[in-house]
Design a protein around this ligand. Structure first.
Ligand code: IPD
Ligand code: CA
Length: 266
């Protein structure tokens, strides 16, 4: 895989995310309409989620017709090039619906089977239009935002600033809260911002020291994981055969401590 190709994929992802981000932002200003609920009543999809995914899919098809596609709203389509685009048109949909600006368009190009257990992420963008920030990465070329190279932070004596999230199924909340209490001894505080891709972008940018969450779907983390690793951090998925695998990300030391705390038997 050449550096030129990963850069080309990254440039394309950024360009498409700009148009997609503008569309999401415009639709948000016009007013959000709930289109349906999905896995639970709390798991919503808006008309904008669908419209933004359709736009991204069209633009990718026009630019790279041989590539595969895996999107949150429209599912999977195999390609012939060995590259698949993994897309969350709006990550942080509940924030979006409530008018909280922490939502983003997340686009990743992966090589290999479109399965996080084996894929290699080549290029990534997390574009948060209402925050005016674009985070991008190309494999072997670092993670960037607005011309600044991103670098993860390491824990300070004050403890790690961590983020997490909770799934849409109320039945899982108690277990997730127990997980939070496991890591509290190493935390200076915990944030819950409501958009997994943005949590990962913030780890890459050194705005968070670490992040963990159970039950994420591939489009929630595909782009964000490359941001973290290209910013010098580490990402691990555990319990991959369970219904709710755990994703752990952070600077190397924070990641190692989180991994130890979250995998130790009690
Ligand atoms: C969700 C957000 C949220 C996380 C959920 C995700 P969506 O994605 O990333 O922070 O806690 O697990 O499903 O539904 O807004 O695209
Ligand atoms: Ca989404």
């Amino acid at each position: 895989m050449t550096l030129a190709l990963t850069l080309e994929l990254s440039e394309l992802a950024i360009e498409i995310s700009r148009e997609a981000g503008e569309l999401a932002h415009t639709r948000r200003q016009e007013g959000v309409r709930l289109a349906a609920t999905k896995s639970t009543l709390a798991d919503i999809v808006t008309d904008a989620d669908r419209e933004v995914e359709a736009l991204i899919r069209d633009r990718l098809r026009a630019a790279r017709a041989e590539d595969g596609f895996l999107g949150e709203e429209t599912g999977a389509e195999a390609g012939g090039s060995g590259i698949t685009w993994v897309v969350d048109p709006i990550d942080g949909t509940v924030n979006y619906a409530y008018g909280i600006p922490a939502y983003n368009v997340s686009i990743a190009a992966v090589r290999g089977e479109p399965d996080p257990a084996s894929w290699e992420v080549l290029a990534a963008v997390v574009n948060a239009p209402a925050l005016g920030e674009i985070f991008s990465a190309a494999l072997g070329h670092g993670a960037w935002s607005g011309g600044t190279r991103l670098a993860v932070t390491e824990e300070t004596p004050a403890g790690a600033l961590l983020a997490t999230g909770f799934g849409y199924d109320p039945a899982t909340h108690e277990g997730d809260l127990a997980t939070v209490s496991r890591v509290m001894p190493m935390a200076r505080d915990v944030r819950r911002m409501g958009a997994a891709a943005l949590d990962l972008a913030y780890v890459a940018a050194g705005r968070l020291d670490g992040y963990f969450e159970r039950g994420l779907r591939p489009w929630d983390f595909a782009a964000g994981t490359l941001l973290v690793t290209e910013a010098g951090g580490a990402v691990t998925r555990t319990d991959v055969d369970s219904a709710r695998p755990m994703l752990i990300a952070g600077g190397r030391d924070v990641h190692a401590r989180l991994l130890a705390l979250l995998t130790e038997n009690r």
